[in-house]
Design a protein around this ligand. Sequence first.
Ligand code: XMP
Length: 513
Amino acid sequence: MKKETVIVLDFGGQYNQLIARRVRECNVYCEVKPYTVSLDEIKAMEPKGIIFTGGPNSVYDDTSPRYQKEIFELGIPILGICYGAQVIAHTLGGLVKTAPVSEYGHTEVEINTSDVMFEGVSAKTVCWMSHTDYIETAPEGFKVTAHTPVCPVAAMACPERNLYATQFHPEVMHTAEGQKMLSNFVYKICGCCGDWKMDSFVETTIENLREQIGEGKVLCALSGGVDSSVAAVLLSKAVGRQLTCVFVDHGLLRKNEGDEVEAVFGSNGSYELNFIRVNAQQRYYDKLRGVTDPEEKRKIIGAEFIRVFEEEAKKIGAVDYLVQGTIYPDVIESGLGKSAVIKSHHNVGGLPDVVDFKEIIEPLRMLFKDEVRKAGLELGIPKHLVFRQPFPGPGLGIRIIGEVTEEKVKIVQEADYIYREEIAKAGLDKSLGQYFAALTNMRSVGVMGDFRTYDYAVALRAVNTSDFMTADAAQLPWEVLNKVANRIVNEVNGVNRVVYDCTGKPPGTIEFE
Ligand code: XMP
């Protein structure tokens, strides 16, 4: 049976991924395609619906993105959002103009609730507007289905041709009833039944991998992060011991992390695969001795990873497939799904050059992060791996300011462990974007008992963020900070001071280096 698909046609809007995620929240599979995709390709995908995204352009610029008129003749339901709405209006003979006042932000919109897209939506509802141009007159055959005092056509519809448009953004959370509107489009207008669920993704992916790989040999670089873990388990379920996972312990992992990964994937774990743990800690410490420049440290850690992996790959010999944990945002951001994307961070970047393989397999390339986690749960991967917070490829190497030594790694591991333990005890672990301890390169005077000390200061960081591009320092309860500081100073040798980082991003970054 053909999988129900909705296409998001990307006109350059900042919310293209978000629209796709919202459609998938309706359990309907959704793909983002650039507006340059051909009509034949669209037809071949047999979509149940198409959504035109917003975009920064004006339909009157010669170079602004458009789509050929014939798309409106396919009979496939189309929803245009913001610029996408203006493209529909302009192409079909309506009038798009620069609005006398541009609308930005929360805006009360009057809705015609008898329109199918707005069934069950309040007659006056707050929507998110962000536009300079607007539709002044809807094309012939369309009726106006929403307006504001400023915007005469805040939404329009031509049910006979299955064409719908909104000037506002139903996909963003600021539009209070936006998800209702999108689900009306997907279910009532496109006629989807919403059968795209994670269990069916997992099942069909395993079947497809089995078919694709046959008797082939597969190699996977496992970091213990959620993406590579889920990819590895999918492969293990598909081809069992034809899969070899190489896990490089670079000695810059959090406390106990190497053993935790081994417990899940190693010979005492629950998966059928060949697991190789490379204990390369000392190699990394040797290479990093005396190096203080952050970029140089990153380069050394990345290059050493490739070297260690190459040595292992040589022992294994030629393989047929190399697995990568590429996920959908990587694909979209790198130009919409053309070729295999090589993740730039150190645990996969550069690998294809040193492994003798025929093809790359990316089983997660169509999933968003929250979907990868759902797949992980579906596959029975332990929750502590599935909900692991992001951890940078260079690991603690960039959480130790200045030279990295084994002693400093031990200090930051212990301090971070205490911090994470107390955050979890306080029930804050699920609500924070990222939190960790770092070792400043600063030593200062303290007093312990009757003795003067001269030890390191540990910095605690906790941020709230949705995209990791911007972040606010979290306002942690004082009791929690106080307890963590006391425990660290008392339990971790070499630390006599704890500070909390109150800097947002920008101007700070989340990591310290
Ligand atoms: P920054 O420090 O740039 O971090 O604000 C943003 C997010 O990216 C993570 N990060 C990395 N992840 N390799 C990675 O895989 C890296 O080199 C790297 N540097 C930063 C960081 O943990 C945060 O989530």
